[in-house]
Design a protein around this ligand. Sequence first.
Ligand code: PEP
Ligand code: MN
Length: 364
Amino acid sequence: MEMNDLIPIKDWDEKLSDDLLVMAGPCSAESEEQMLDTARGLPLDKVKVFRAGIWKPRTRPNAFEGVGSIGLPWFRAVKKETGLLSATEVANVKHVYEALKAGIDIIWIGARTTANPFAMQEIADALVGVDIPVLVKNPVNADVELWLGGIERLYGAGLRKLGAIHRGFSSYEKSIYRNAPQWQLPIELKRRLPNLPIVCDPSHICGNTTNLFEVSQRALDLHYNGLIIETHINPSKALSDNKQQVTPAQLSTEILDRLVIRQIGSTNPEAIHSLEEMRADIDGIDRKIINLLGERMKISDKMGLHKKQFGITVLQEKRWDEILKNRYSLGELNALSNEFIEALFKAIHQESINHQEAVLIDNK
Ligand code: PEP
Ligand code: MN
C-alpha cells in the first residue's frame, strides 16, 4: 500500500502548521483542575495539542484504570480556556463512539491495541466515514509489520489523517529505557510509508525524566514530525506513570527550549557538496565492509568442510565467547559501543553458522 494521499498534519486542523507538532498533557486525566492547571502552565506558542488518557490500559487489574467518560468534558474546558486541541487513547469501539460524541480532536491507538489485529479492525470499522486524525502507537513487540498492518486497516476504512507514534518496544534485556527505542524500526516504517507523519513519545521510551531531552532531540534529528510528552502539574502525585512525567515548566525549559530543529536538506552549495563527498566516502567504506564479509564467509565455508571432515560441531561456545570479548576491546579502541559490537558480531556469527551448515548438509 503506497498511501500517497495521506493528509499532512498542517491540514488536520487550522490550529496546526508545518512546525513540529507538540502534544503534552498528563498520562491520565484525573480531575478537571488537574487538567486545567496542567494546560495553563504549558507554553502555548509551542504546544498545540493536549493529551490525557481517559481509559488506561493497565497490565494488572486494580491499578488506576482511568476516570472513564466523565473526564471527556474536561477537554472542552481546557480547549475553551487555552485553545489546545484534545487527544486521547481509544482501545475499543465504545471508546471511539464516546470520544467522537465528546468532540475529541485527535485519537491515538495504544501499543497494546496495535498489537491486536481484531481490535484494530473493529476500531477501523467504527471509524468509516469519520474524518478524525488517528495516531497509531507502535505495538509493544518489535514488529514493524504489525504496526504497518494497524495503519493499513485504518487507511482501508477511508482515514487519511493518519500518523504513527514511536513509543519504544518491550524487551527482556536490562536497559536504561522502559521501552527500548530500537530506532531502526521507525526508520523502516518511514522508508515504507514516507508520507506518514511520525511522532516520538520519549516519555514511554524513557520511563523516567532523565533522558527525555536526548530522545526528543534524536527524534528531531531523524526528521520526526512531532513529540508527545507526558506533563503533569504535580508529577510525583500522578495516578499513573508518575516517574516519567515532567511539570509544564520543565517541559519548556528542560526540553522544548533546548531542542535544535535542523533542516532535512540545505540549499547552501558548499554544504551540499561536502555532504556528497562524505556520502561517497561512506559508500566506498560500505563496499569494502561487504567485500571483507564475503571473504570472511569464504573462510567459513572452508571451515565447514574441515569440520565435516573431522566430525566437529559447528558451534564452538568457547571460541564464540573469546571472539566476542576480543571484538569488544577492538571496538572500544575505535569508539564503538559494546551494544553495537554485540549486535554486529551476533549477525556475522549467525551468517557464518548458516554458511557452515549449508556445507555440512550439502552432498552428505
Ligand atoms: C499512554 O500514552 O499513556 C500509554 C498508555 O501509552 P502506550 O500505549 O504507549 O503504553
Ligand atoms: Mn502513560
